[in-house]
Design a protein around this ligand. Structure first.
Ligand SMILES: [Zn+2]
Length: 427
C-alpha cells in the first residue's frame, strides 16, 4: 500500500530545499519516500493506495523527542504535596518519587497512551522515554511500547534504575531491561542519576548495555546537588565517575541535562560518543540553573515530561540560549533535528523518511530556504500541525487522532488519574 501526497510544498529537513511536488510514501518502519511529478492515475495505483491533497501546504519530516517521561502524565493538576519542596531533591522526594511509587501497570499504560496521543497531535512521531514506576517495574517497558504502537509512534525506551528504593527494586530495573532487550526490542539501559546509584548498580547497568550492544540513558548534573553528592561520596565529579565506570564509552548513550559540568567534564563528554539531551523548560521549572551546550556537537532536545510539544521545546531552547550561548536560529534548528541523526547512527527503526507532517503554516512573509530558521524559531507552532504520517500511515488527520479513539484515551487517563491520586493520599 502506498500513500500519495499531491500539491505538496515539500521541505527537505536536511537541505532546507523547497519543492512543489507530489510524494509517494511507503509504509513500514524503514519506508522510503519518492518525489514525483504527479500522482499516478487511478488505473496505475494499487488497491488500498490513498491520496491526500495537501493544497499547497508545507510537508516536511515529523519531529522526534530526545528525552521524555511519560510516567508524569497523570500529575497534571494533582493535589499539592504535604510538604512544600524548597530545592530540587525535595521536588523529587515530595512530588515525583511520591507519584512514581504509586504507579501500577494500568496507570503506566494510560500515561503512555495519553502521551503518545498528545505527541502525535503535535507532530512528534518518535519518542525516547525514561520510565519510573518502582513498584510496577516488571513488564512496564512492553506496556509503554504497545501503547505507543497502538497510536503509531516509534520509541526507544528504558527504565530509570536507581538504588533509591532499595536493592530489590534496583535489581527489578536491571531484570526488566534484560527481558525487554532479550525479547528483540530496541531500547536503552536507563539509570536515574549519579546521586541515587551505587557503584555496583552502575557497573551492572553498564555491563547490561554492553551485553545488549546498546547505550545508557541517565540524568547528569541536573542540579548542583548531584555534583556535591558525587564529590562527597565518590571523591570525584560525575563526568569522571561516568567515564571511570565505562558509561561514556558505550555508543548511543544519552546524558540528560548536563547543567552543572566543569570544563574537564565537558571535554570528557565531548570526546566520548555520548549525546546530551537538553530540556531547559524543566530546568527553569525546577530552578536548577541553565547551561549552554556549544561545547559538544551532539545535543538534542527533550521535554523531560513537561509537555509533548517539540516546537515549544525548541523555541524555549532558543530563548534560553540567548543568555547561555548566543544560539542562532540555524543552530537551534540543527539541534531540533539532531534526534534523527542520533536514531540513524544507532540504527533504530521507526524514524525513516516516511514520517511526515502537513503543516497549515500561514506566514505574513515569504518562506524560503535562507529564512527558514527564522520562521522556525519565531513563527512555527504545533497548532499548525494538521496531518501526521507515522511510518507511512496517517495517524492524525485535520488535527484529530485517527489511529485510536481520542475520547477513550482521555477517559482512561482520567480514570487512572483518580486511582493514582487516591493512592498518593497520605503518602
Ligand atoms: Zn528527565
Amino acid at each position: 500500500m502506498t500513500l500519495y501526497l499531491k500539491n505538496a510544498r515539500y521541505l527537505d529537513y536536511k537541505t532546507l530545499e523547497f519543492s512543489e511536488t507530489a510524494l509517494a510514501v511507503e509504509a513500514g518502519p524503514q519506508g522510503k519516500i519518492t518525489l514525483l511529478k504527479a500522482v499516478p492515475p487511478l488505473a496505475e495505483r494499487g488497491p488500498g493506495d490513498q491520496v491526500i491533497d495537501c493544497g499547497g501546504k508545507l510537508v516536511t519530516k515529523s519531529f522526534g523527542c530526545g528525552h521524555h517521561h511519560i510516567y508524569s502524565v497523570l500529575s497534571r493538576g494533582m493535589p499539592p504535596s504535604p510538604v512544600v519542596p524548597t530545592n530540587f531533591v525535595e521536588v523529587l522526594e515530595q512530588v515525583w518519587w511520591r507519584l512514581d511509587k504509586c504507579l501500577d501497570n494500568d496507570m503506566t499504560e494510560a500515561s503512555a497512551l495519553f502521551a503518545a496521543m498528545c505527541c502525535a497531535k503535535r507532530g512528534v512521531t518518535f519518542v525516547i522515554d525514561h520510565h519510573a514506576a518502582p513498584f510496577a517495574v516488571k513488564g512496564s517497558l512492553e506496556t509503554i511500547a504497545r501503547a505507543f504502537e497502538r497510536v503509531g509512534l516509534g520509541h526507544l525506551l528504558c527504565y530509570e534504575i536507581s538504588d533509591r528504593d532499595g536493592q530489590k527494586i534496583a535489581e527489578d530495573g536491571l531484570a526488566e531491561h534484560d527481558a525487554y532487550l532479550a525479547s528483540g526490542r530496541r531500547g536503552l539501559v536507563g539509570l536515574h542519576a549519579s546521586f541515587t546509584l551505587s557503584d555496583a548498580t552502575l557497573k551492572q547497568a553498564v555491563d547490561l548495555a554492553v551485553k545488549h550492544k546498546t547505550g545508557l540513558h541517565i540524568h547528569v548534573a541536573e542540579a548542583q546537588s548531584d555534583q556535591e553528592n558525587c564529590l562527597a561520596k565518590h571523591g570525584t565529579r560525575i563526568g569522571r565517575r561516568l567515564e571511570n565506570c565505562g558509561l561514556l564509552a558505550q555508543p548511543h548513550t544519552i546524558l540528560g541535562h548536563c547543567v552543572h559540568l566543569d570544563d574537564e567534564e565537558r571535554k570528557l563528554i565531548a570526546a566520548s560518543q555520548a549525546w546530551v539531551a537538553q530540556s531547559c523548560e524543566s530546568n527553569q521549572n525546577n530552578n536548577v540553573g541553565l547551561s549552554g551546550y556549544q561545547w559538544t556537537p551532539r545535543v538534542m532536545l527533550g521535554v523531560d515530561g513537561m509537555h509533548h510539544d517539540m516546537i515549544r521545546s525548541a523555541q524555549a531552547a532558543y530563548m534560553a540560549g540567548q543568555n547561555t550561548e548566543g544560539l542562532s536560529p540555524a543552530a537551534l534548528y540543527q539541534r531540533f533535528r539532531a534526534v534523527h541523526e542520533y536514531l540513524r547512527a544507532a540504527n533504530v527503526p521507526g524514524d525513516a523518511d516516511n514520517n511526515l507532517v502537513i503543516l497549515n503554516y500561514q506566514s505574513p512573509t515569504p518562506l524560503e530556504r535562507d529564512n527558514f530558521p527564522g520562521h522556525f524559531a519565531f513563527g512555527f507552532s504545533s497548532g499548525d500541525v494538521e496531518t501526521v504520517i507515522a511510518q507511512g500511515r496517517v495517524i492524525v488527520e485535520n488535527g484529530r487522532l485517527v489511529s485510536e479513539d481520542e475520547s477513550d484515551i482521555v477517559a482512561y487517563a482520567q480514570q487512572q488519574a483518580g486511582r493514582l491520586w487516591k493512592a498518593m493520599q497520605g503518602k
